[in-house]
Write a protein that binds this ligand. Structure first.
Ligand SMILES: C[S@@+](CC[C@H](N)C(=O)[O-])C[C@H]1O[C@@H](n2cnc3c(N)ncnc32)[C@H](O)[C@@H]1O
Length: 249
């Protein structure tokens, strides 16, 4: 195990490397990392505060990434995995690696023998995304390409194409070509205008089973009185899904 997660009583978490001697962790302080992996599930005291040592979950990986671009977070990414029916061994193409948050979730879904190919136009984002994926121990499953996904997808017979770019409709013709018959298309967009242009293009191209959803998340506060939290995770984006139907010749 390369990393563990330190979890405090307030639900805050830190991904910490294992067996690297003394490491300074921002927000925790100096941590002796040798043998931390043998303490999974245990409570430890570090710098006079209590933490639980956890095996990193996929949520831990996403919530502790170094982020620059807006990410697809834990409210939305599992919906994409479910609706694209992703499983071990699948080949997925992603457009817009950004910080690599969605890439981590896709790689986790297709592990241990699948593959994610992630297209990204910006070299600085590619560096951040690949660092985050490596840090999650998923580097072997992901190939990053510094290329505009709208210019063409090199892979074929792809199980799903997942887009998180400002103009997804431009990538749909190449996505259609790359997908296997009945393959899945998922696209995340923050605005209604983007959704409309995406859906109209999907219809023109002959995709079927086209639908769009927004997910809102409200947690419960369980105390002496139990009620929904006043804060909720509201609008992040709309997810549009579709499937490739073959054209009748
Ligand atoms: C919102 S971010 C993606 C965030 C990512 N889904 C995540 O969870 O971390 C959008 C990214 O798409 C990239 N991008 C925009 N147009 C692109 C294109 N045509 N091909 C590839 N990448 C593109 C941007 O540089 C940016 O990094």
């Amino acid at each position: 195990m390369e990393n563990v997660v330190l979890l405090d009583g307030k639900g805050r978490r830190w991904l910490v490397p294992v067996d690297r001697g003394m490491v300074k962790v921002k927000g925790v302080g100096a941590v002796k990392t040798d043998g931390l992996d043998h303490l999974i599930g245990s409570k430890v005291q570090l710098n006079r505060r209590d933490y639980f040592v956890m095996m990193p979950s996929v949520r831990d990986l996403v919530e502790t990434i170094k982020r620059r671009a807006q990410i697809i977070g834990p409210k939305d990414s599992p919906i994409i995995v479910f609706n694209c029916s992703l499983q071990a061994g699948d080949l997925v193409v992603e457009g817009g690696a950004g910080s690599g948050a969605m890439t981590i979730v896709l790689a986790h879904a297709v592990s241990p023998n699948g593959r994610v190919v992630s297209y990204e136009v910006r070299r600085d984002f590619l560096k951040i995304a690949s660092g985050n994926v490596e840090r999650g121990g998923l580097g072997g499953l992901v190939e990053f390409k510094e290329t505009d996904i709208c210019a063409g997808i090199e892979e074929d017979m792809v199980k799903a194409v997942v887009l998180d770019i400002p103009d997804p409709w431009r990538a749909l013709p190449t996505a259609y070509e790359a997908l296997q018959p009945a393959g899945h298309l998922a696209s995340m967009s923050p605005t209604v205008e983007q959704v409309r242009q995406t859906v109209l293009t999907l219809r023109d191209l002959g995709f079927v089973d086209i639908w769009t959803v927004e997910i809102l998340e409200r947690r419960m506060e369980v105390n002496r009185g139990t009620r929904p939290s006043f804060d909720m995770l509201g609008h992040t984006g709309y997810m549009t899904f579709a499937r490739k139907a073959l054209k009748v010749s």
